[in-house]
Design a protein around this ligand. Structure first.
Ligand SMILES: [Zn+2]
Length: 410
């Protein structure tokens, strides 16, 4: 499976991936997933947004329900597990611009491999097991992270989403029919496996870890406006240069985040007129901020905004700040996480928070009991071609996921 995916959307120059939603690479990835589902005789469901779920249904007559006799629903070994609905796993196949191979696809491939492992062990599920692929998880095209899972859960409505535009001005409703929730109606719980996007597991010497929750995360557009003018004839003291206001704001964001132990990044800019010999009239800059609590996020963004405004006053420019998406803190299901750790004998798998957003956070936010498994990433680098994972660690992840699915779905 990994070698099937390797060439799709890969840049020959950087070795990174460009798997933006509703483009040719993404269509190839969807087709690949459909073929995998078909080859395994899984029942495929899709919605108008392009989200996919491949279901492994229990054989007729073997469906468990809350009242099934002979099956203890409480007690130490079943404590806290959701009792009805399918057990969903999976992740996403899209990438950031020039992303790595593992973020997303590792969760989808591991989910299919876990189904294979369970079948090889002759495990018979009593609840449906679904493998999901959510579209536009990275928000790399339409700017809203987890777009597919937001629409599938109803966290974002189609009316809100359809008018989102990509960098070329194309609206979401022009590339996809779209529609409301429905795909996840019969989901009882969700377990997403993901490559780790940091070095916690490396530092702890563990191949696999379990997530406790996701830090709150926001994306904010800073619109700096000044006055375009000639780079040669305009005296320095006569300028209203929004690039200077932006530059100080980027430095202030980094300093404030460092001081507070949080994260702030300006990673995208649009400059008008974007000429080497012109003082710009306008700089658009996007801030990505992530903090350990909702309060800390509000405080950090507030401080950066205030410093930007003060600097704008000195530069003769102006700045407005627009939140484009803000996701609150997510706490994953503690019982699900404890069950996964307990499954693994020695019980020494680390449980850690993450500052990266995931579809799992959206499902958890909509009341679906959710857990995440992380697989060690030796470089700790993510959203870059340097992201990696070793084959033994990936197989440990598949095995852990298979055990988790077995416990939840039998
Ligand atoms: Zn991801």
């Amino acid at each position: 499976m990994w070698s099937d995916l390797a060439p799709i959307g890969r840049s020959a120059s950087s070795g990174g991936y460009f798997r933006q939603p509703f483009t040719q690479p993404e269509r190839e990835l969807s087709d690949w997933f459909r073929e995998q589902a078909l080859a395994r005789d899984l029942r495929l469901e899709s919605d108008a947004t392009g989200n996919l779920v491949a279901w492994w249904d229990p054989p007729a007559g073997v469906v468990r329900d809350a009242a099934a006799p002979g099956r203890p629903q409480e007690g130490p070994e079943r404590h806290g597990l959701p009792r009805t609905g399918g057990v969903l796993t999976g992740s996403h196949l899209d990438s950031v611009l020039d992303g790595g191979a593992y973020d997303g696809p590792l969760g989808v491939v591991s989910a299919l491999a876990a189904v294979d492992e369970l079948r090889a062990r002759a495990v018979v599920p009593t609840r449906p097991i679904g493998v999901s692929v959510f579209v536009e998880e990275e928000g790399s095209r339409f700017g809203l992270a987890c777009l597919g899972s937001r629409l599938a859960t109803g966290a974002t409505s189609w009316d809100q989403a359809r008018v989102l535009r990509d960098r070329d001005g194309v609206a979401l409703e022009e590339v996809v029919e779209g529609g409301g929730p429905g795909l996840l109606e019969n989901v009882g719980c969700f377990v997403e496996l993901h490559v780790e996007q940091g070095r916690d597991l490396v530092d702890r010497g563990a191949a696999v870890g379990v997530a406790s929750g996701i830090w709150p995360h926001g994306r904010y557009r800073f619109d700096f406006t000044g006055e375009a003018n000639h780079a040669g004839t305009t005296r320095m003291e006569d300028r209203a240069d929004p690039m200077l206001t932006y530059a100080m704001t980027a430095l202030a964001a980094a300093k404030q985040a460092r001081l507070a132990g949080q994260r702030a990044t300006f990673g995208r800019l649009e400059v008008t007129p974007n000429g080497t010999n012109a003082v710009p009239s306008r700089v658009l800059a996007w801030l990505d901020a992530r903090c350990s609590s909702d309060g800390a996020l509000a405080e950090l963004v507030g401080t950066i905004t205030r410093q930007a405004s003060e600097r704008a006053g000195r530069d003769g420019t102006s700045v407005t700040v627009t939140p484009e998406s803000v996701s609150g803190a997510v706490t994953f299901d503690a019982d699900l996480a404890a069950g996964i750790v307990a499954d693994h004998g020695d019980g020494d798998w680390p449980v850690l928070p993450t500052a990266a957003g995931h579809d799992a956070g959206i499902l958890a936010g909509q009341g679906i009991p959710t857990a995440m498994l992380f697989v060690r990433n030796p470089t700790g680098v993510s959203h870059s071609p340097a992201e990696t994972a070793s084959v033994p660690d990936c197989l440990a992840g598949v095995h852990a996921l298979a055990q988790t699915l077995e416990r939840l779905a039998t």
